[in-house]
Design a protein around this ligand. Sequence first.
Ligand SMILES: *Cc1c(COP(=O)(O)O)cnc(C)c1O
Length: 423
Amino acid sequence: MSTNLSERDAEVIWHPYTQMKNNMPAIPIVRGEGAYVYGEDGQRYIDAISSWWVNIHGHAHPYIANKVFAQFKKLEHMMFAGFTHSPAVELAERLLDLLPSSQKKVFYSDNGSTAVEVALKMCVQYWYNKGQARKKIIAFKNSYHGDTFGAMAVSGRSVWTAPFEGLMFDVHYIETPNRNNITQLLEEISQIHQEVACFIYEPIVQGSAGMLSYEAALLDKLMSHCSTLNVLLIQDEVFTGFGRTGKLFAANHLQQQPDFMCFSKGLTGGALPLGITSCAQYIYDMFLSDDSYKTLFHGHSFTANPLCCAAALASLDLLLTEETQQNIQRICLQHKGYMERISLHPKIKGIRCIGTILALEWETGEETSYFSKNRDKLYKYFINKGIILRPLGNVIYVLPPYCIRYDDLNYIYDVISSALEKI
Ligand SMILES: *Cc1c(COP(=O)(O)O)cnc(C)c1O
């Protein structure tokens, strides 16, 4: 057997979102600290995309580690039907305090996709329990809500979903709103609303679509229209939650309130997997019955795992400190400053900044695509400069852990600028 970890990996591992033929060998990482991770060879990398958008306070954070360890020594796991524990209850209490006042109950699961699955099932069963056959779901054309079947079905149809065409339930897709189409979108929803169970959306910014943003005021219009027509609202904050957009939640940019919210990614500070679906009281009440068929028959073996809840509580502590809040605002300003300096560069087709997210669309002479040839070149260029940036096709985005140092963020901008000259 070979001793090199990359080679051993290639023998036995199948990586996510990776064409395993001719791909670059996986880079062994042995340790992390703050915004840095370290390779086996001692090479330091700046994690400029927060390890797939999950890490908000930096790697191997000692505060989170200590809280998780302390919890581990008390209780590592307990099934969550018929039993409860303090980390789960405290996390629900503290999270609900921060959410829009419509949110009253918390349901735990394992990741962003399951948080979406749970919201969809609650939604459809809400109408079932009520005795109304409303099963259609409205979603944005280019949305992303996860990779399990239900979450995939409500995501935009693309090369990712093509092999499963015909196996996913029907979804009514609408364009994301802009000043020109908003009236037509409202009309479209009016026409079909009687069969519609819910509208699911990524609020304000759509991550996987390429960090595309749209106006909060227009989402408010859609939300208010749906609520008037009794179309339930699922606000997927898996990506936008916990400070990403510059405010605690995307909900803080909105006037209207959703019926359901989904969380994961930054929830535990990126330390452990955990998903949350929150909902309004009237949703929960529709499942209360002497008829046991009205029960929500859903649960996972590791529902509300105490270690994950402890990590989430520790992450919330850190998130709410003055220091983290200032870091978030500092990153927003640094991003804006760089955007202003670079926006007229001829290689930049588009540039946008939403809170701590900066996204640049590379001019490649071809249409923007996930399979852009530039992608691999850019990825390697940044890796060689000690920066982890994982372009979505020809869209480069920077969304660092909030603890990233001022100088490190400027270094990332400098390397992007040099790549603009060379690639
Ligand atoms: C990442 C993501 C998901 C899926 O979360 P996983 O934990 O990867 O399953 C769902 N919705 C949105 C908006 C996401 O960005």
